[in-house]
Design a protein around this ligand. Structure first.
Ligand SMILES: Cc1cc2nc3c(=O)[nH]c(=O)nc-3n(C[C@H](O)[C@H](O)[C@H](O)COP(=O)(O)OP(=O)(O)OC[C@H]3O[C@@H](n4cnc5c(N)ncnc54)[C@H](O)[C@@H]3O)c2cc1C
Length: 370
């Protein structure tokens, strides 16, 4: 068996890349699980990029128009007239993308695990049988614990966090996400409540299971009304190189994740587009350059993350006071972008009044962001 491109991992990003490449190349995708989906993931994807990337409508469970932000003692809401993000079903998203790729000619090998490279070939294992496949180009889209990254000796000093999430019954505003920033409850990350409808939501945080339990108590959600529990890791930082010879890392395997929110689906897909461009030009080494927008966002997000970790709750309360003001809300409502956090921060810092107030709270924060 020989393919132009062998993609390892049929998550959303691997399947999306298979779609992009299947018309121009012979493509195979190997997936170690026996079915799609199942990963711990809230499934929130910005609506603008959802349309732009032409992702399957069938996967959308809910449309989200805004968010309410809570600190320990304050809250404010922002919203727009059109949906800003979608809450999706991961299994449907992955299956539909895989179906599209198959229809374009991609071959899928489920229950097939990539074990490593030997003499330029991929060693695969399917139900106890080990065999080799040769491809001209290999893509590791095999998630945060990437075996492909290990095989090419990619290095990382990233911060790895475990996310805990439940699907739970309760009472929710079905059109808005809740974001809770309270270091006394969840010290490592914010906690989120993402409604599927008015009575069911995905609720989670990164850190420890105790953090999530504390949050569920604060939010008055009953441990006996949990429909599903999931845990999964995320890596915030760099894992390099993204390309070595004829092997590229993509999506979570390359840690193409927003350090501000831990969202990785859109950034992985944007990098898949960059990889396609580099491959079509026969200049795979350009992949890193073509991902420059995502790299800028990750760099910004990492600075923001470092600052967040250094803030105490009193400082967070002061920042909430500023961001909850009419002036700031107007900027956020008109200029914030779900995936472009750099642009959002710039828009806020362009307002002299807001800038002056934020400098007073944390000069270090502003210095780093500027
Ligand atoms: C709690 C939590 C909540 C999140 N919420 C969001 C969110 O709301 N929005 C968002 O955008 N992102 C979110 N993320 C991040 C998101 O889940 C990832 O960024 C996304 O799944 C990355 O997709 P991927 O295809 O790169 O990797 P994955 O989804 O991890 O897919 C990798 C695939 O590779 C397969 N695989 C692994 N090893 C091998 C092997 N050796 N051989 C063959 N196959 C293999 C796996 O089985 C898997 O199917 C969240 C993450 C967590 C942990």
């Amino acid at each position: 068996m020989r393919y132009d491109v062998l993609i390892i991992g049929a998550g959303p990003v691997g399947n999306y890349l298979a779609n992009l490449l299947a018309k121009d190349y012979s493509v195979a995708v190997v997936e170690k699980k026996n079915s799609f989906g199942g990963k711990a993931c809230t499934g929130i994807i910005g609506s603008e990029n959802y349309e732009r990337l032409n992702l399957p409508k069938e996967a959308i469970l809910n449309e989200l128009y805004g968010a309410t932000f809570y600190s320990r003692i304050q809250s404010f809401s922002i919203g727009r007239k059109s949906p800003q993000a979608y809450l999706v079903d991961r299994k449907t998203l992955e299956r539909e993308l895989a179906k599209r790729a198959m229809k374009k000619g991609a071959d899928y090998f489920m229950s097939t695990t990539f074990k490593g490279f030997k003499n330029g070939k991929a060693i695969l294992q399917h139900l106890g049988e080990v065999y080799e496949v040769r491809a001209n180009f290999y893509v590791g889209a095999d998630g945060v614990n990437s075996t492909v990254a290990k095989a090419i000796e990619a290095k990382t000093k990233a911060e790895f966090l475990i996310g805990y999430e439940v699907e739970v019954l309760g009472e929710f505003n079905e059109k808005a996400v809740e974001v809770w920033v309270n270091k006394e409850i969840t010290p490592d990350f914010f906690a989120w409540v993402a409604p599927i409808d008015g009575e069911t939501a995905r609720v989670g945080t990164f850190g420890s299971i105790e953090d999530l339990n504390r949050f569920l108590r604060l939010r008055r959600l009953e441990p006996t009304r949990i429909l599903e529990f999931k845990a999964g890791s995320i890596g915030l930082g760099w894992r390099k190189p993204w390309i070595k010879g004829n092997v590229a890392l993509l999506g979570d395997a390359a840690l193409q994740v927003k350090p501000t929110t831990a969202g990785g689906i859109v950034y992985g897909m944007l990098c898949a587009q960059a990889l396609k461009k580099a491959l079509l030009e026969w200049r795979p080494e350009k992949y890193w350059n073509y991902c420059s927008w995502v790299r800028k966002q990750v760099s910004f997000g990492l600075k923001f993350r470092k600052l967040f970790l250094g803030l105490n709750q009193e400082e967070i309360e002061k920042i909430f006071e500023i961001l909850g003001s009419e002036d700031a809300k107007e900027v956020i409502e008109t200029q914030a972008d779900f995936d472009d956090h750099l642009r959002t921060a710039k828009a806020i810092l362009k307002r002299p009044k807001l800038l002056a107030k934020l400098i007073r709270v944390s000069p270090a924060l502003i210095k780093a962001l500027l």
